[in-house]
Design a protein around this ligand. Structure first.
Ligand code: ZN
Length: 296
């Protein structure tokens, strides 16, 4: 009995030791990484749930903790401009720092003429919202796992293949649904996160914000302009951003008698959503449902 117990203990310990430790920056790369890593990896997310992703930077304590990971995975240098320095400071080897968008062509503008000149470094960081990019990011993450843990390479490959299939299934469903939309333009009371998404599906949108980050409040002039457009267009739905106060959307809604629905760019999720098991794909499905309500 004692021997069996000891054996079990040894097996458990060796399994735990075999798990590669992966730290990810924000929710999209966290979810893609856990989909690929499955039970074989210990994947954690650096940004605490509920925190706005663009203005987030890790604390010195979190930076010190980065040194303990096998892989540090981030979105791209425009989303997490702080990461290279933080990784260097923590002693993460350059080959263990993974830019998930290394094979993705980042967009330099949005479809809104006002936002064109206000991006950070001129690139739009929200690449994950184009399914083809999300698939490429998944491939890059899988390759990093294979390099780090060649013994389980086959399983990572399998997981990635299955997940990419799920992404492409969503893409087909979205294309089919959106092709039947009566309206192709939506109104969004948040920052310009949807360039990749609208490009992929032939949609467009207007926002009173400027640029790719929610740090600059819209001007009263921009709000009035959008309010006018909404009236002209006869739309009944206004979309609000995840994890941002709905004050703006509510103000526009009460003025025009509109319904407020959420569109989440999946930068991050709340603690409650994380506990409920929300995924990147479940967020996309919810977005599609909400767009159907507004545009179909
Ligand atoms: Zn954003």
């Amino acid at each position: 009995m004692k021997k069996v117990f000891l054996l079990l203990l040894l097996i458990t310990a060796s399994l735990a030791a075999g798990k590669i430790k992966v730290i990810t920056s924000i929710f999209p790369v966290y979810d893609l990484s856990r989909q690929v890593g499955g039970e074989l990896c210990d994947v954690s997310m650096l940004i605490p749930p509920g925190i706005e992703a663009h203005s987030y930077e890790p604390t010195p304590k979190q930076i010190a903790g980065l040194g303990k990971c096998d892989l540090l995975i981030y979105t791209n240098p425009y989303m997490e401009p702080w990461i290279a320095k933080a990784a260097r400071g923590a002693g993460v080897k350059s080959e263990d720092l993974v830019n998930s968008c290394e094979n993705v062509a980042l967009l330099s503008g949005t479809n809104d003429e006002e936002a064109d000149h206000h991006g950070h470094g001129g690139k739009d960081p929200h690449a994950w919202l184009d399914i083809e990019n999300a698939a490429k990011m998944t491939e890059t993450i899988a390759s990093a796992f294979e390099r780090k843990d060649p013994a389980n390479a086959l399983q990572y490959r399998r997981n990635a293949k299955l997940y990419i299939k799920a992404l492409l299934d969503f893409d087909s469903a979205a294309k089919k649904s959106i092709s039947g939309f009566r309206k192709k333009k939506f109104y969004f009371a948040g920052h310009f996160a949807y360039g990749y998404f609208v490009n992929r599906y032939g949609l467009s949108y207007t926002s009173p914000f400027k640029g790719f980050s929610p740090d600059a409040e819209p001007t009263p002039k921009a709000l009035a302009k959008m309010s006018e457009q909404i009236k002209k267009d006869g739309t009944t739905i206004i979309y609000r951003e995840e994890l941002l106060s709905s004050r703006l959307a509510d103000a526009l809604a009460s003025e025009g008698g509109l319904t407020v629905l959420e569109l989440s760019a999946a930068h991050n999720v709340s603690k409650k959503e994380l506990e409920k098991g929300v995924t990147f794909l479940s967020i996309l499905s919810n977005n599609l449902n909400n767009l159907e309500r507004g545009l179909k």
